[in-house]
Design a binder for this molecule. Structure first.
Ligand code: HEC
Length: 147
């Protein structure tokens, strides 16, 4: 028991050093807007017409795991594949990152679902895979990872 105490402190200290390396929050690249400057004001003005009810979140969840296959890149837990050591940053977004959630408006996320994120594996999903209404529901589900 006594011997474990210093071990614990060592563990905490190690976490303090390693945590910022292992989370995307430490990478300012993640927080940079994905919507081009010329379009961001307009994108931010788009409001989600669906209230964040359990029913609507559930609809988004079905799409995320189902026909929109978001899960294949963003993971079951919404953390993307970024929890693979050494590959952080190159992989899809960690939706549980609260600083990322706070940095984006719903409108910016809809813009991404319409246009994709240039130069990355994030492709446009509207209108081929999702209708705009479905995309708003998926966004409600994406938001639920940040809560
Ligand atoms: C083929 C892999 C892949 C699939 C499938 C995929 N994504 Fe992504 N997604 C990515 C990658 C990679 C990024 C990171 C892009 C970047 O850094 O700009 C990303 C980023 C995002 C972002 C964050 C953009 C931002 O502003 O930071 C959102 C939101 C998102 N995806 C939602 C979705 C949703 C919803 C689906 C399903 C409809 C989906 N993605 C399907 C790979 C994918």
């Amino acid at each position: 028991m006594v011997g474990r105490v210093p071990g614990q402190w060592f563990f905490y200290a190690l976490c303090l050093i390693l945590l910022p390396m292992g989370t995307e929050a430490a990478d300012p690249e993640i927080l940079k807007p994905r919507v081009p400057p010329g379009q961001i004001e307009q994108a931010r003005s788009w409001k989600n017409p669906f209230p964040s009810t359990q029913d609507n979140i559930e609809k988004g969840k079905k799409l995320f795991y189902g026909k929109a296959f978001c899960v294949t890149c963003h993971g079951k837990d919404g953390k993307g594949l970024g929890n693979i050591p050494g590959l952080v940053g190159k992989l899809p977004r960690n939706f549980t990152d609260k600083s990322w959630q706070a940095a984006r408006t719903d409108g910016e996320l809809l813009w991404i679902l319409k246009n994709g994120s240039r130069g990355t594996a994030m492709a446009p999903f509207i209108p081929r895979i999702l209708t705009e209404d479905e995309a708003w529901q998926v966004i409600l589900f994406v938001r639920s990872f940040g809560k």
